[in-house]
Structures are given as structure tokens and as C-alpha cells.
Design a protein around this ligand. Structure first.
Ligand SMILES: [Zn+2]
Length: 294
């Protein structure tokens, strides 16, 4: 029987710090972070329609890793006019594409930063024979997550954002119970931001690789990740003198950060008293299960 590909997927609600984590992991020589595999069919469609030109979130169309050849492979595998068919193809052909990516890398583990619980479930269901899937469950205080989500989607009612967060977290908790505990590790965003060496070391020992200091210096190392949060990429963009995403509303806040790791507590000042009461009450029980105090 063919050896399964060692594969790690980051699972979390949006705005939990997965881009920061992905960049840190990518700085490890035994880890290769591709990015958000779950979005490839949509990206292929955007490239074909001219809305997007490349896959790499750092170098766009000029990337030396995600080349034109790779883009055309993705188009051939995943493209379909119908979005449901695109989604079906992205699941159906995933192992095939991962095999071709893994053959090109010298890393021991391939990392998928898709985040999506739905995607993680589909990997478990359809690809366990080809992929040796491990999971990193990243959590963040619900109040902080919801505030970031709200900042980005200011047109959405706060109640919708809360509902979405609760639904995602509840699904993650149920999914985790179905897994063998040796197949996953839990990480808190707050620990990653405040004591990155300890948080990253626990992931390394879970994956049976040693911690390396380069992970703390992630902005200095080549990053060619597909997808992720533009704000979190700012530190790399600045250190590597890449163009900044000026369209982002809060880009100035990211530009002001002078450390590789910083603790984003903007929820404490950005939510009004009334909003904070509503969010705190709504996330209470799930937040407690995730290990956050009131
Ligand atoms: Zn690139």
C-alpha cells in the first residue's frame, strides 16, 4: 500500500489568527504551507474570468512557487461553470493535486490553512486513505473574533456575526469529539501572540519535529501562501518590502505594529458597552468550553 501523505489542516472560525499561524509554520523547514486548498476552485474561476491573476497572496502572478503551470493544473482539475460542480471537483480531485504538490516539496508535512470546518470534514470523509490528516484547532476569544469579523463586514448586523461564530464553534466542538485525540492539537491565538515559542513548540512536538527559532522570524523568510488575511500579512509585506494592501480599512493599525507578534485586543475598545454586553452574553458558554473566562 502506498504511504499516506502527512497532511495538517488548521481549523478555526474566521479571524482567529490562522494567517499568522500559517506563516510561522511555513518558516519551519519540515513544514510546507500551501495555503487555503478549499478555495482553489473559486480562485481558478476568478483567474479564468480575469478577476485575479495569480494564486500567491504575496507575489500574485509573479510567484516562483505557484507558477503558471500550477495554475493551469488547477484550472484543468477544478474549473466548472457551475459552482456546485466546482466544489465537488475540488473535493474529488484534492488527493490528486496534493500528491503533485507534495512530490515537489522537500518538507515532511504539507499544511492546509483552509480553516473551514466543512472542508476539514470532507477531508476526513473522502481522503483518509491517501492523506494522513492531523488537525490544529486554533481558538480565539469569541469577543475578539466577532469584533474582527464585524469590522470587516460592517454592513452585517452584529446578531448575524454572532450567530455565524456560534454555529462554527459548535460544529468544531462536535467534530473534535469524533476524532482520536492523538490526531489533533489545540492552540489559542492568545498564547501564539503572547508566548509564540511555547505555542509553536507544542505544535512541533505534536508533529514530531523540533522547534526552530526561524518560526519566530517568519517575516524574513520566503512566504508563498495562497489566501489568508491581508492585515496579518502586513508584517511580512513590510519586512520584505512588498506592496501593502492599502484598500484595507485598518491597514494603518497593522503598519504601526513593530513586532513580529502582537496581541490584538481591539475588541476591548471598539465594541460599544451595549455591543460588548450582547457579545459577552451570547458567546458565554461556548467561550467557556474553549477555555476563556468571562
Ligand atoms: Zn509567491
Amino acid at each position: 500500500m502506498r504511504k499516506r501523505i502527512p497532511y495538517v489542516v488548521i481549523v478555526c472560525p474566521g479571524h482567529s489568527g490562522s494567517t499568522l499561524l500559517a506563516m510561522c509554520l511555513n518558516a519551519h523547514p519540515h513544514l510546507s504551507v500551501f495555503g487555503e486548498f478549499s478555495t482553489l476552485a473559486r480562485r481558478a474561476e476568478q483567474i479564468i474570468s480575469g478577476e485575479r491573476h495569480g494564486l500567491c497572496s504575496f507575489c500574485d502572478a509573479d510567484c516562483e512557487v505557484h507558477t503558471k503551470a500550477e495554475i493551469s493544473e488547477i484550472e484543468q482539475l477544478y474549473y466548472a461553470k457551475n459552482k456546485y460542480l466546482r466544489r465537488a471537483k475540488s473535493i474529488l480531485f484534492h488527493s490528486k493535486f496534493v500528491t503533485s504538490i507534495y512530490e515537489k516539496t522537500e518538507a515532511r508535512w504539507l499544511v492546509d490553512s483552509s480553516k473551514s470546518i466543512r472542508w476539514a470534514r470532507s477531508l476526513t470523509r473522502w481522503h483518509r486513505r491517501e492523506l494522513d490528516v492531523k488537525y490544529i484547532f486554533l481558538s480565539r476569544d469569541g469577543r475578539s473574533c466577532i469584533n474582527s469579523w464585524k469590522r470587516k463586514n460592517s454592513d452585517k448586523p452584529l446578531s448575524d456575526v454572532i450567530r455565524q461564530w456560534k454555529k462554527t464553534v459548535a460544529s468544531i466542538i462536535v467534530f473534535k469529539k469524533e476524532l482520536d485525540p492523538k490526531d489533533y492539537v489545540n492552540i489559542k491565538y492568545e498564547d501564539l501572540a503572547c508566548d509564540p515559542q511555547a505555542a509553536l513548540s507544542s505544535i512541533c512536538s505534536f508533529l514530531n519535529i523540533g522547534f526552530v527559532k526561524e518560526m519566530l522570524d517568519y517575516p524574513s523568510l520566503p512566504q508563498h501562501i495562497v489566501g489568508g488575511n491581508a492585515g496579518a500579512r502586513t508584517r511580512v509585506n513590510m519586512v520584505q518590502k512588498q506592496s501593502l494592501n492599502k484598500g484595507r480599512k485598518d491597514i494603518d493599525w497593522y503598519i504601526k505594529q513593530t513586532q513580529n507578534f502582537f496581541y490584538d485586543e481591539r475588541w476591548k475598545s471598539e465594541l460599544t458597552g451595549e455591543e460588548l454586553d450582547l457579545v459577552t452574553h451570547s458567546v458565554g458558554e461556548l467561550n467557556r468550553i474553549l477555555g476563556y473566562k468571562k
